[in-house]
Ligand binder design. Structure first.
Ligand code: SF4
Ligand code: SF4
Length: 474
């Protein structure tokens, strides 16, 4: 067996893993880089800013897990509204399918948190340690006070970003204004645990692991090819135009020199955050960040060649020489139309359901201990508990009634009504329902009945909940 790196030994074990090659990514400038900067800034403004917004005197966006409530501006969602969370997940999944089928790995290249935080930490690295060449030189040099100082400053800033990201993350679950006043040791053990976990993941995954996450840990890279077809937008090197590659003088006659447009400058590899060479064709490691397009275009400009040697295109367009118009026409194809139709249907259903959402929710629980009893001679009583949830931002008072078409005269037993339920809160109301048996008696069995809960201060706030009433055998 062989464990030599070169793999040319005969008596040692062969490693299953390639040794990691440290990447010194070159920062690029260009149109797509500007888009990426815009996405990083936008996502951070939203992420860092949202928990500080207030609405009606409380945090506008708050997942209050202990109280099991989710505040979203003027609306309060309860565990019973889990359907909306399910719908949100389905919408996110179908959006991802649709965007991937149309434009490839747009999510990975521009909006994935791993990309965003890696970009952010790379900017800090570049600001503290200098450009690619300076970083390579420093890493190769022996340790000195200057080198240690720069490294310490970089890691200190990374940790600061990670810490604040963790605090903000927890601020979505705990009122952030209270949280920051308690930092660092006054916060609860759980809050501190999540701050350190989330912040630690940012520091470790975006600072240290970087491209390894995309290459080896992220499952999306593995199954996204199932959403690709020959009309999906990908980033491609135009080999027919670029080859044969080679260095040349700017004024060189390409025909005479027998060269294509690729000057073999290697910059597309140096800017690649996953360290691949786009000239080797479509690879699963490519996150679609378009850094290679920006840098190659800058070289094409310098050489006075047409732009787009590396560009967004489709496999069909490459094979058949389609122009932009034809590529756009093919965006509307069966697969994307199906995704779009499903997405539209789910989103319409969610919007309609949200508009028709009743802010009053009632759950009826039968008392299993006491199914039915005789409260007075000839009076049958069943016991229930009604959970009344007022999801509105103001208190209401409610009247509870019971009705059953087959049980004339059925009514709610002694109960102090109306019942006050505070804003955005739940109240459990134990009550009994009574039915006076007629003289001739009554057929035993389970009878359908209905509870009506009506707000006294708002006619529209009303809920009917089905239940059953038991008449026992004599
Ligand atoms: S950046 Fe463009 S010209 Fe330079 S090596 Fe890459 S493909 Fe060739
Ligand atoms: S090959 Fe190009 S688009 Fe793909 S990850 Fe590398 S730089 Fe980004």
């Amino acid at each position: 067996m062989n464990n030599s790196p070169a793999g040319n030994g005969t008596d040692s074990a062969k490693s299953l893993f390639l040794p990691r090659r440290k990447l010194y990514t070159r920062i690029v400038q260009g149109t797509f880089q500007n888009w990426r900067i815009a996405f990083v800034l936008l996502s951070q403004v939203i992420f860092l800013g949202l928990p500080w917004l207030t609405w009606g005197g409380r945090q506008a966006l708050l997942f209050d897990l202990p109280a099991r409530k989710f505040y979203l501006f003027g609306t309060v969602f309860w565990p019973q509204d889990i359907i909306y969370l399910t719908a949100l997940l389905i919408v996110s999944a179908y959006s991802l399918f649709l965007f991937t089928a149309v434009a490839g790995r747009l999510w990975c290249g521009y909006a994935c948190p791993q990309t965003v935080y890696t970009e952010l930490l790379m900017w800090i690295e570049q600001a503290v340690e200098g450009n690619r060449n300076a970083r390579m030189k420093r890493d190769a040099a022996p340790w000195s006070a200057q080198k240690a100082g720069r490294k310490a400053l970089k890691h200190g800033l990374w940790l600061l970003v990670a810490w604040w990201t963790g605090v903000t993350f927890v601020g979505y679950f705990t009122p952030i204004r209270e949280l920051v006043t308690l930092l660092p040791f006054g916060v609860s053990g759980w809050a501190l645990f999540w701050i350190l976990l989330y912040g630690g993941m940012v520091y470790f995954l975006a600072g240290w692991m970087r491209e390894q996450v995309c290459k080896y840990m992220c499952p999306y890279a593995r199954f996204q090819s199932a959403m690709f077809d020959r009309d999906t937008m990908i980033i491609t090197y135009d080999a027919a135009r670029g080859e044969p590659r080679g260095a040349r003088n700017r004024k060189a006659d390409l025909k005479e020199a027998r060269l294509g447009h690729c000057i073999d400058c290697d910059l597309c590899v140096q800017v690649c955050p996953t360290g691949i060479d786009i000239r080797n064709g479509l690879q699963y490691e490519c996150i679609g960040c378009a850094a290679c397009i920006d840098v190659c275009d800058s070289m094409m400009k310098k050489m006075d060649y047409p732009l787009g040697l590396v560009r967004y295109t489709t496999e069909n367009a490459m094979a058949s020489g389609y122009g932009k118009k034809e590529i756009w026409k093919r965006v509307l194809r069966l697969r994307t139309l199906i995704y779009a139709a499903i997405l539209l249907a789910i989103m319409t259903a969610v919007v309609v359901s949200l508009c028709m959402r009743n802010p009053l929710k009632v759950d009826v629980l039968r008392d299993r201990g006491v199914m039915a009893r005789e409260a007075a001679p000839g009076v049958i009583e069943n016991v229930y508990r009604l959970q009344i949830m007022n999801t509105e931002e103001r208190a209401h008072r409610f009247i509870i009634e019971a009705k059953a078409t087959e049980l004339p005269g059925i009514e709610v037993g002694e109960l102090e009504q109306p019942i006050n339920v505070d804003a955005a809160s739940t109240r459990m109301v134990p009550l009994s329902v009574r039915f006076k048996l007629p003289r001739e008696g009554w057929e035993p069995g389970m009878y359908p009945m209905m509870f009506t809960v009506q707000a006294v201060d708002d006619k529209a706030l009303r809920r009917e909940e089905k239940s059953t009433f038991m008449v026992p055998k004599n």
